[in-house]
Ligand binder design. Sequence first.
Ligand SMILES: C[S@@+](CC[C@H](N)C(=O)[O-])C[C@H]1O[C@@H](n2cnc3c(N)ncnc32)[C@H](O)[C@@H]1O
Length: 258
Amino acid sequence: MKQRDKDRFHSLKMADAYNQMCQMLVPGYDFLQDTLINILKFEDIKEIVLLDLGAGSGIFLEKVLNEFPDSKCYYLDYSDDFIQVAKERLRKYDDRVTFIKSDFSGNWESKISEAPTVITSSSAIHHLSSENKKKLYKKCYGTLKEEGWFFNIDEMKTVNEYAYIKNLYYWVYHANKQKKQLSDDDKDTYLKWMDQFNNWKKRNVDDIDKPKKEGDDIHESFLAQLDWLKEIGFVETDVFSKHFLWCLIGGKKVCGTF
Ligand SMILES: C[S@@+](CC[C@H](N)C(=O)[O-])C[C@H]1O[C@@H](n2cnc3c(N)ncnc32)[C@H](O)[C@@H]1O
């Protein structure tokens, strides 16, 4: 059977709609990203060289570049369409951003000239199988500068299966509820976003018991993912914040070689 919506990120229509609507339609979107920014401030990282994996339309990088005027960023994504939208959004920070077009499984580390002090990702890594998530986490550990931090804000399972299912339904409830807040200008874009979101609902709610393939939403428990980070060598691992389906997990690299 053909995989539902396999190429969804390779569409300018999708990239545009996601860019305009995600802050309104993804529960806790800004809250979790702003929490991550606060952690970076609290940790007082002297030199921020930040790599964002699956950086999409560049909303998080825009916040980082704005909040940390001396920071430099690497943007990584495999979608030409998202890259196009992000280049427009980040135009004014052109000299501080390096764009890398690559799949997570590609040799992207060879395109990085300065070891990142922070690696982040939001709503992207959950598309990988467990095996490939672990591989990517390992690669992040290897790529980070010593004392560097890794953070992932992502759709994850929680400690109880029923609570997880309610978190899936919460997104559906939230996205429908937001319709009331829309300006007239946003109505068309909202409908485009909801078209796409209905496929998410089919894959994750209606077909919850069907097996998942790489590229689907492969939700993994945040506890299991924290264990992987620890096994790899990250310290100070934690779930720093959680909002329904989304968890902000991370850890710090201590030893230089891996
Ligand atoms: C749901 S969007 C999230 C974008 C952004 N991080 C945000 O939170 O607004 C997922 C992004 O991950 C990218 N992505 C998904 N799978 C990828 C892969 N295997 N390699 C590189 N990028 C990937 C997509 O192109 C898309 O831009």
